[in-house]
Design a protein around this ligand. Structure first.
Ligand code: PMP
Length: 353
């Protein structure tokens, strides 16, 4: 039995993959696969409406917010967010907590006439959120989980600025009060479904009718058209919908958060007691979903990654920018996967410790 520890595209629930297999030849007896159905047919509009409602249920999202299923992954939202939300003060701030936060910041900096403050978010090594106190901002952007660095904010303080969050790598892994945010976005391919889609949850009162660069980047128009202004990512929305149903059956976000905490603790505890493996992140900032560790020797790291791969534990290499080892424990990772990883680490330690 193999397990996928990739940071994204991440592991999907086995039941979801099985359901896709069953549906593939003929979705709901239509004679067409899910990839062929019309986005103007009830087959699609029903599944999209259900997926949206299930996400609303899981995250307790009221009608004050639009829930959009859009093309372009997390990266396109780096540009869409400032285009849509920086309309009043033309001034935004970004907490610069890691690689992806920096990418979001750089995308905003490309927009002409927008003042973008780069706010350091590390106190020593600890990511902190503080009010940058820069007068009225259109928003303060935070990245709730730093996928590459394996760090996270464990607490979102109340801040006197509208908050925007990139939750790409921990959406649905732990509960958040959506009402703390004016906008939340996430690429789908970690905790939700296949790559090729982003989810945007945005307070409707923030969407003005000023024209945006392109209609397809305009959240207000996409909301009006139920995310189908053009041909929407039908397969992704369908698969996301199955994942939402799976998560509901599991008991929802609180239940999966409990399991995620237990699984992360198993691995962190093992690393902390290991004489070979080391996690460089302070406990107070450790990610729930992306657990980074090293042996201190790049060659040994590579040997470990190969040894794990030989046991069916794949995609354990750290991001190419930082190297090392990274185990991503998204919602679909069963406890057996974490146990299997720890067993391989134990064996490797005996041989190389
Ligand atoms: N934000 C975060 C926190 C990420 O981890 C990633 C991808 N790893 C992105 C944004 C970019 O997402 P995408 O590849 O969907 O554009």
């Amino acid at each position: 039995m193999g397990y996928n520890f990739s940071a994204g595209p991440g592991i999907m629930p086995a039941q979801v993959v099985e359901q896709i297999k069953r549906d593939m030849p003929s979705y709901q007896g239509s004679g067409m696969s899910i990839m062929e159905i019309s986005h103007r047919s009830a087959l699609y509009t029903d599944l999209a409406a259900e997926a949206q409602q299930d996400l609303r249920d899981l995250m307790h999202i009221s009608d004050d917010y639009a829930v959009l299923f859009l093309h372009g992954g997390g990266t396109l939202q780096f540009t869409n967010v400032p285009l849509n939300l920086a309309q009043q003060h033309h001034h935004v701030a970004y907490l610069n907590s890691g690689h992806w936060a920096q990418k979001a910041l750089e995308a905003a900096q490309r927009i002409e006439g927008l003042q973008v403050d780069d706010v350091p978010s590390l106190d020593g090594n600890l990511p902190t959120i503080q009010d940058p106190q820069r007068g009225a901002l259109d928003y303060l952007h935070i990245t709730t989980n730093n996928t590459i660095e394996g760090t996270t904010y464990h607490h979102i303080p109340t801040i006197d600025q509208p908050l925007v969050a990139d939750m790409s790598s921990n959406i649905l892994a732990q509960p958040y009060d959506i009402n703390q945010f004016d906008l939340v976005y996430a690429g789908a391919q970690k905790n939700i479904g296949p790559a090729g889609m982003a989810i945007v949850i945005v307070k409707r009162e923030r969407l003005t009718d000023q024209p945006i660069l392109s209609e397809i980047m305009d959240y207000r128009l996409e909301d009006k058209k139920d995310s189908a202004l053009n041909t929407p990512p039908v397969f992704c929305t369908y698969a996301a919908g199955l994942t939402f149903k799976w998560l509901k059956q599991f008991g929802g976000v609180d239940a999966i958060y409990q399991r995620n905490q237990e699984q992360a603790k198993m691995l962190y505890d093992f690393i902390d007691n290991s004489k070979l493996f080391n996690n460089p992140v302070l406990p107070a900032q450790r990610s729930l979903t992306n657990i980074v560790f090293v042996t201190g020797d790049a060659q040994l790291d590579a040997q470990f990654i190969a040894a794990a791969r030989a046991q069916g534990l794949v995609n354990l290499a750290g991001h190419r920018l930082v190297g090392g080892i990274r185990a991503s424990l998204y919602n679909a990772m069963p406890t057996a996967g974490v146990t299997a990883l720890i067993n391989v680490m134990k064996d490797f330690e005996v041989q190389h410790g």
